[in-house]
Design a protein around this ligand. Sequence first.
Ligand code: KE4
Length: 430
Amino acid sequence: MNYQNSKNLFERASKVIPGGVNSPVRAFNSVGGTPIFITKAKGAYLWDEDGNKYIDYISSWGPMLLGHAEPDIVKAVQETALNSTSFGAPTRLEVEMAELITGSIPGIDKIRMVNSGTEATMSAIRVARGYTGKNKIIKFKGNYHGHGDSFLIEAGSGALTMGEPSSPGVTEGTAKDTLNAEYNDLDSVKKLAEANTGDIAAIILEPIAGNMGCIPPKEGFLKGLRELCDDKGIVLILDEVMTGFRVDFQGAQKIYGVTADIVTYGKIIGAGLPVGAYGGKKEIMDYVAPTGPVYQAGTLSGNPLAMAAGYTLLKKLKENPQVYEELEKKASVLANGIGQILSDHDIPNTLNRVGSMVGVFYCEGPVETFEDANRTDKELFGKIFHGMLKRGVHLPPSPFEAFFLSNALTSEDISNTLTAFEETINELTR
Ligand code: KE4
């Protein structure tokens, strides 16, 4: 494959954009090489600046559940744009979008649109702090909730003490209010809750971890957190930015039968345009300005184009629930095929999957925690990534991302992906 035009563009980009990209994971730092510059996409396929075609397993990190340039979504955006792109005043479509979500997701009485998943999670913890009058939050190692200061915190030296900034620019003052627990380890949460009794506003987590590869919640983990929050008066925030409308129309809450106090969304609800949202019980959401005292705002929140795209996608998903069964089947064939190829070559592997979220770990299982995920063979991942790329399959460029399938993938695409995977593994093990 020739990547020359991408290389030239990356050289130019690196002079005027930090790292040459507008989001770090795109820079291929985990896999090496030059990021591929995309010119267009349709359905399950991407084309790059050198005319190379790829089967897409990034799907814009989740939003493209029905594939790229879905005709009804494109038409909705085109038609809406003719009436201007933003008003800074309320519109009918924002009401219809909020009614669609609150009418479909149990536990969400009210919802506020913002412009990214980060804004959604930042706002959710601010509301939880305002509602409870408490300061600390518990998050989980290996979970990612966007780049809000309160989330860029790694576990502190003492397991039960304050966190430490994981990025310059995040202050100790912020870090002291974030505590890190172990994903799938309820006792680690209980210990933190006991050690900080009366000062924890919220527990926030990915109900299915998707930012340390795909790691499902163990049996009883989510229910245990729900009970702990009920017992201690802690707000349970489920970050469904990735899982919302992906693993089920009603998200992970439906699959695991757990209802959060606040749910955050992003990605799919914007169908590729900048949208995030947070919603929950009326008694909590009425704390949000202008009804309540917790301030949160945004010039472009509920933007007409983003609402048109997101509403069109969500409505299609609501009216076509068979999409989730189709995605489940495709993801199952893909995951089983990958596992079989790796096992046939005696390569240690663990395949985690929930619906169309697929996590491939190049290590023995089980992979249930952040520490487990870190056992994956990162070097092998990088080699496989490039072996697949040159065979026309674009995987997410990080060992700690899940594969994002779109329903535009055909069984032939899945079969071609597995053929490329087998050729890649044969080449690497020759
Ligand atoms: P955004 O601010 O990137 O829209 O959303 C942040 C976010 C919040 N919560 C969860 C569970 C998320 O997965 C994300 C963002 N996901 C990553 C991919 N794993 C975004 C990709 C990127 O950073 O470019």
